[in-house]
Design a protein around this ligand. Structure first.
Ligand code: ADP
Length: 498
């Protein structure tokens, strides 16, 4: 079975756009495009069609070691580079991202499948981070002096050193951009290890940074054997901080490994965001925003609405509105303007969504719309927007991060039960509250265990605001004034006076 075809005119536009991304598909180390020693390559494939997007080298320990050495060698120069120059380079990266947004969006859709408009939005979001830190870096007060009668205490903010950044495929531009922009602003040098599913997006970022004037070695990109590269990050003394966005499983492994070398880690891990709708909410807005939050990027977003909690009196009305919206969403190739839902990244992700929906049904829940049968004519990587009603909190579908356009609906009565359900998870990344009673919303927001809370608002994110989780969703903040502090450490220098 084939993916629904894309209009030939769009195919031609994509081809022309991608031709503008004129860089070698290799690793980027020390300002050079690097082949790997054994010559091993890896074919990157379009998840919608299985077609080959490109071929890249498959790196490992050796390449990771070289990248770390390059980052360490360029550190003295970069940390001494003036804040003004750093700011200029970050601003230029931002400009180039915006100039190239269309080719970059086609590349993102080719590698990870998301609809074109969502790919454009992600490129813009990545640019926002470079924009924000290009301004923020000028405000970094590097020095503070406390004068006492017999001494002065000088506090200097120093970059932590070489940073290893590991990023996932679902946000192939914005996840690296958040880490890179803040780390570069702070004066750190980096080795970026993007997901092997979206390596060319990361190479595009490296190419843009190079064109913007970032000196060789300040940013390096390696990928391939993730575990061997991860091990190298943990082993090499020069790496002082590991910043990771991805699964809780890998995050825990990195955190445990970082203890060996007492390296800093900061982690943005999985989520299980509740979307809570009280009886007094604007149900149309709630249905619209829950649909968007569950189905953008085919549900493969860490802050996606993962569980819908609805107050009993409006349960039937809300489910009906949601079902109407879910049923209208069209599956297809992300390059088609008609597509709302692209493919999932792997067929196993669709199998898992179907398994969870069936498990819930076996335990008494009901599929209101969707399910694999609703798109049986499409390749198995596709999964339609699926609403499962009558879910109980102990079911697996309500407890795990779904990463698919699959939404379980759970009923509740009153604020206290809502709060118990909201916090009844080991995760704590995002939560959404829909109610017209803003006093209640604010009161509850303060008791919610999550790094981000949206009140009648589906996307409370911005480059100038700190983002991150609590509990097993991780720690550390990206974006905002806080984000750059993760990459800095205060050093105290005391001088005897007189
Ligand atoms: P997902 O299942 O969504 O791909 P992962 O946590 O497996 O989430 O992947 C996130 C990132 O972590 C990717 O870049 C991946 O290659 C990387 N990764 C996976 N396993 C390891 C590991 N053992 N060490 C370092 N990085 C890893």
């Amino acid at each position: 079975m084939n993916c629904p075809s894309v209009d030939p005119e769009i195919v031609a536009r994509r081809k022309a756009a991608l031709a503008r991304l004129d860089f070698p598909r290799r690793l980027w180390v020390g300002g050079q495009w690097l082949e790997v020693s054994g010559g091993e390559v890896w074919a990157v494939r379009d998840p919608a069609t299985g077609e080959r997007v490109g071929e890249v080298p498959w790196g490992g320990r050796l390449e990771a070691g070289r990248a770390i050495a390059a980052a360490a060698a360029s550190l003295p120069h970069w940390r001494a580079t003036s804040l003004r120059r750093r700011s200029e380079i970050l601003a230029r990266i931002q400009e180039l991202l915006r100039e190239l947004r269309e080719p970059l969006a086609f590349l993102r859709t080719a590698e990870q499948g998301g609809p074109h408009v969502q790919s454009l939005a992600e490129v813009d979001f990545a640019a926002d981070y470079f924009d924000w830190y290009s301004r923020q870096v000028r405000r970094l007060r590097r020095r503070r002096v406390v004068k006492e009668p017999d001494r002065s205490l000088r506090v200097e903010l120093q970059p932590v050193g070489v940073v290893a950044a590991i990023t996932p495929w679902n946000a192939p531009f914005s996840a690296p951009a958040r880490k890179m922009s803040a780390a570069l602003a702070a004066g750190c040098t980096l080795v970026l290890k993007p997901s092997e599913l979206t390596p060319i997006c990361a190479l595009a970022l490296a190419w843009i940074c190079h064109r913007a004037g970032l000196p060789p070695g300040v940013l390096n990109v390696v990928f391939g054997d993730a575990e061997a590269i991860g091990e190298t990050f943990l082993e090499e003394e020069a790496v002082r901080l590991i910043t990771f966005t991805g699964s809780t499983r890998v995050g825990k492994w990195l955190m445990a490994g970082a203890a060996r070398g007492v390296k800093r880690v900061f982690l943005e891990l999985g989520g299980n965001a509740p979307f809570v709708v009280f009886a007094d909410a604007d149900l149309d807005a709630a249905a619209r925003d829950a649909t968007r939050l569950r189905c953008a990027n085919s549900g493969q977003v860490c802050i996606a609405a993962n569980r819908l909690l609805v107050e009993r009196p409006v349960h039937a009305a809300l489910v009906q509105k949601l079902a109407a919206r879910f049923s209208r969403l069209r599956l297809g190739h992300g390059d088609s303007p008609d597509t709302d839902l692209g493919p999932l990244i792997r067929p196993e992700a669709a199998h898992n969504a179907e398994r969870l929906a069936r498990d819930a049904v076996r335990r008494g829940a009901k599929v209101v719309c969707g399910g694999r049968a609703a798109c049986a004519d499409l390749p198995e990587r596709f999964y339609p927007a699926t609403l499962v009603d009558g879910v109980r909190p102990e079911m697996e579908i309500a407890r795990t991060e779904l990463f698919a356009p699959l939404l379980p609906v759970i009923e509740f009565s009153g604020e206290e039960e809502a709060l118990r359900l909201v916090n009844g998870t080991e995760y704590g990344l995002a939560a959404y509250l829909y109610t017209r009673d803003l006093g209640r919303a604010r009161r509850l927001a303060g008791r919610i265990e999550a790094g981000v809370v949206g009140i009648n608002h589906p996307r409370p994110l911005a480059a100038h605001a700190p983002f991150g989780g609590v509990k097993q969703s991780g720690f550390g903040r990206e974006g905002g004034a806080e984000g750059v502090l993760e990459f800095l450490e205060p050093r105290l220098i005391g001088i005897r006076e007189g």
